[in-house]
Design a protein around this ligand. Sequence first.
Ligand SMILES: [Zn+2]
Ligand SMILES: [Zn+2]
Length: 193
Amino acid sequence: MKANNNQEDDPFVDDIPGQFQSRFGETFFGECNFCSQKFTGGKGYMINKIYEEGACVYELAYCMDCRGSLQATFSAKSTEVAKDFFPSEDVLRERRLPIMLLGTNKCGQLTSYCIKCKADRYNTPNYHDYAYCEDDKLVYGFYPYMICESCELELYNALSSETIQAYKDFMKKHFGLPPDSYSKKDKKSILFI
Ligand SMILES: [Zn+2]
Ligand SMILES: [Zn+2]
């Protein structure tokens, strides 16, 4: 048996649930929204969905190359701030590993509360979902998680203004994201973390 036929036995891999498909199950994300690189051959990619008032208002997928380029706009200090912002690996492992190993509806459970403040998804109107996928599989680890908007803003505001500016310039220059993706509401963040 080939190793990749063992998916059903691998607790850290699942089919991508509708929650992280494009338009909720209508189709899979097939290519990077930034550079159009196809998601094939086991290349990893990120999915980010933004919810307002409980409804998804924005969804995108981006390859690890683009993610790396984006993260490179972070200063060393801001990278450190972002790293310290999240619960430690030990805390996350303790909270999440039992769900990954034994859970049913694992993805739903892992995104049912804010990774930072544990706010309940269903009592939180505005939040972001993140997942890491390979081909048509969702991979469990640090992802998937949900983060509430106030925690996302807390992180955004903790980053240096130089980092925010470099990040925005980079987005504009390389990806031409519509300006209102991040400037409509001044304090609205779209962070690809
Ligand atoms: Zn890309
Ligand atoms: Zn939170």
